[in-house]
Design a protein around this ligand. Structure first.
Ligand SMILES: NC(=O)C1=CN([C@@H]2O[C@H](COP(=O)(O)OP(=O)(O)OC[C@H]3O[C@@H](n4cnc5c(N)ncnc54)[C@H](OP(=O)(O)O)[C@@H]3O)[C@@H](O)[C@H]2O)[C@@H](O)CC1
Ligand SMILES: Nc1ncnc2c1ncn2[C@@H]1O[C@H](COP(=O)(O)OP(=O)(O)OP(=O)(O)O)[C@@H](O)[C@H]1O
Length: 623
């Protein structure tokens, strides 16, 4: 993944409560007790948090727990004085419950008197030295209600970003470099500074001081996460640049080899002699209509006059024997499928969100979301209107259904989930009501800014045909039109009637006009292109065309997209991940159709096809 959208620096209350629930579990407490090395325990905690839908690293969990403990002990100590401090610290009761049961279980008696370092997750001087609690000593709080230790910097003990906070200074600007502020703090003349502080805080009640202290330690923690987030973003950007450079080089190489190709060269991954003309996928000519690149470009009436970002790769194609170079895409699809191992936790293989489902259409979002699950996503969410939600839930307890799409704050509600989603499928059963389309549009914008792959189908395509700019140029998008939807899109972009003589040409033209967004035109053969390469998938299906097959395709494509984008460049052999993903979803849907048709013939429905997903997947990708 080029962008990791899951690490926000701010812990919401819900997230903190979830963390405390896990951290308070008996097995976790027992595992922490007396263990000097606790990273494995926090790995498990982070895993369980992931299961609850919150993505945090083990270190983030450890630092958060440590901070909560510090705040708890501060509040507890202070409450001995006047009994009010439990009110200041929101999680006091949760901490109290956990730590007192720990004490009654005989674990970590130090915590309970609040005087010493903790007995469990204690120091070993390494990165796991996460939870020594900087508890205030009795002497820290004097009779006048002042904390005499307040001039010392409080550090979040997490290398490499120690963030000093001079408690009581009230200024804790996030942009001040940590070192600098540390120096400033340490060079302050201590005795006069101390007097000034005493004066300044003499009029403040202990409760106010305590509140200030807690606020600032929270702020310091948030600064830490902000810096961490910036570091991760910089890292993602670096990787993305590298990826783009590699892609560019590979494309140039591809072009060179195409120029050098001789009639006898065949793909090493799929010897032509073994190919079945019905089922063999092929890479088709980027200029299948013959002629040179200049002829091609002169024929295209681009709504977007800018040329494709990368040079068009020339390839000849063949479905039978003969003198052609060809390439098999199925091995690339197999490469991106993550292995099922016991080392993973729930969520890692995909959390997919479907935006769609309204009063009229409840089947479409259900088909998309359940297909995503059956293919191998771990969690599948549906964001639909209120009246569709109960219906969709009743189809399957496996789906997580959010009745938010028609709420006034729909975008806000959905945005909360975006950091946890690996791919969005927009459109199945969305309907064409302006309010819903507008919400979908805003969600697309938010997802784009997070780099989330987006599949657009059905009414989502209606939206794109009205406002192409919503997706234009976003190369992590895949549009899956049927012929009708394709015509609509084409005519919206090119302002002229579609000439369907050679669909491969027109699909490529449309992709280029949309800024090299990947298109998958469904039909007798599926045509897939990112404007540079054109693939066709002719996996044998059947003559049965019941409603909902496209939803199976878009849901499964959501998962394949996530897998493709999380795979290395090697796995896709430099091919655009969107193409590999689209090819995988197309082959699978058609194979499901074929298998279901063999069983049910004319009576085949999408539900029957969904039941074939497992066998079809194994046949195509696991043999
Ligand atoms: N169970 C559910 O809940 C389902 C709900 N669904 C949801 O319904 C919503 C509307 O989607 P949609 O596809 O019906 O709308 P739209 O694009 O206007 O097409 C309508 C008309 O276009 C034509 N036509 C279609 N394909 C064509 C082709 N290949 N080649 C040529 N013509 C073609 C054909 O018209 P005809 O020519 O037969 O008069 C067809 O009747 C959307 O939200 C979707 O997700 C579906 O997913 C199904 C399962
Ligand atoms: N003539 C055909 N022969 C074989 N397969 C086809 C044919 N037309 C479509 N398909 C396959 O059926 C699947 C769904 O395509 P379809 O055109 O039915 O989508 P759709 O109209 O968007 O579906 P939905 O009913 O979900 O809206 C695709 O995988 C496509 O490859």
């Amino acid at each position: 993944m080029l962008v990791n959208p899951t690490r926000g620096y701010h812990w919401s209350d819900a997230e903190t409560r979830a963390l405390l629930t896990i951290w308070g579990e008996h097995d976790v407490q027992t595992a922490l007790d007396g263990n000097f090395r606790n990273s494995h325990v926090y790995r498990d905690v982070a895993g369980r948090l992931g299961d609850m839908g919150y993505d945090r690293t083990p270190d983030q969990c450890r630092v958060r727990v440590k901070s909560l403990k510090r705040q708890y002990f501060q509040a507890k100590k202070a409450s001995k004085k006047n009994g009010h401090f439990a009110k200041i610290f929101r999680f006091y009761k949760d901490m109290e419950r956990i730590l007192s049961s720990r004490s009654s279980a005989g674990l970590d008696a130090h915590d309970m008197d609040g005087m010493g370092a903790e007995g469990d997750e204690t120091l070993d001087g390494t990165e796991e030295d996460g939870e020594s609690v900087d508890q205030p000593h009795e002497s820290d709080v004097d009779a006048a209600g002042e904390c005499s230790n307040m001039e010392y910097p409080v550090k979040i003990e997490y290398p490499p970003y120690p963030i000093p906070v001079t408690v009581g200074s009230c200024s804790n600007a996030p942009d001040v470099p940590a070192k600098q502020s540390e120096e400033q703090t340490s060079t302050m003349p201590s005795s006069s500074g101390s007097r000034r502080h005493k004066k300044r805080f003499a009029n403040l009640s202990l409760e106010k001081l305590m509140e200030k202290f807690l606020e600032q330690s929270l702020e310091a923690e948030e600064n830490f996460y902000r810096l961490e987030e910036q570091r991760l973003q910089a890292e993602d950007l670096r990787r993305e640049t590298e990826h783009t450079r590699e892609m560019h080089m590979l494309q140039m190489l591809g072009q060179m080899f195409a120029g050098l190709s001789t009639p006898t060269v065949t793909s090493s991954t799929a010897p032509q002699s073994t190919r079945n003309s019905k089922t063999a996928p092929s890479v088709t000519h980027a200029r299948p209509y013959g002629g040179s690149q200049s002829l091609q470009t002169s024929q295209v009436d681009y709504a977007n006059p800018s040329p494709p970002a990368a040079p068009v790769i020339e390839r000849t194609y063949s479905l039978g024997g003969g003198a052609h170079r060809s390439m098999d895409i199925l091995p690339l699809v197999k490469n991106i499928i993550p292995p099922l191992t016991s080392k993973k936790h729930k969520g890692q293989d995909g959390r997919i969100g479907v935006i769609g489902g309204c009063q009229e259409y409840t089947g479409a979002p259900y088909f998309a979301a359940i297909s995503a699950l059956k293919i191998g996503a771990d969690l599948s969410h549906v964001f639909c209107t209120k009246d569709a939600a109960t219906v969709i839930k009743s189809y399957s307890p496996e789906l997580i259904v959010h009745p938010v799409l028609d709420r006034p704050n729909a975008v806000e509600e959905i945005e909360k989930w975006l950091p946890r989603l690996h791919c969005l499928v927009v459109g199945p059963g969305l309907g064409r009501e302006d309010k819903l389309l507008n919400n979908a549009k805003e969600v697309i914008e938010k997802s784009k800014s997070r780099g989330i792959p987006i599949v657009i189908d059905a009414d989502g395509l209606w939206l794109v045909s009205k406002e192409p700019s919503v997706i234009q140029g976003y190369q992590r998008a895949i549009l899956t039109p049927n012929f009708m939807e394709f015509t609509r899109l084409y005519e919206a972009m090119h302002h002229q009637a579609l000439d369907s003589t050679d669909l491969r040409v027109t699909v490529q033209q449309l992709s280029i006009a949309l800024g090299n967004v990947t298109l998958l035109l469904k039909g007798e053969e599926d045509i897939i292109t990112d404007g540079n390469q054109v693939l066709t998938c002719s996996q044998e299906g059947s003559g049965r065309r019941c409603g909902g097959q496209g939803d199976l395709l878009s849901g499964s494509l959501g998962v394949f997209s996530h897998w493709a984008f999380s795979s290395s460049l090697n796995a896709t052999e430099g091919m655009n991940p969107t193409l590999v993903a689209a090819f995988g979803a197309s082959s699978l849907t058609r194979q499901c159709n074929n298998q279901a048709f063999h069983k049910y013939g004319r009576a085949t429905t999408t539900t029957d096809m969904i039941q074939e997903i497992c066998a079809a997947f194994m046949k195509l990708f696991e043999t």
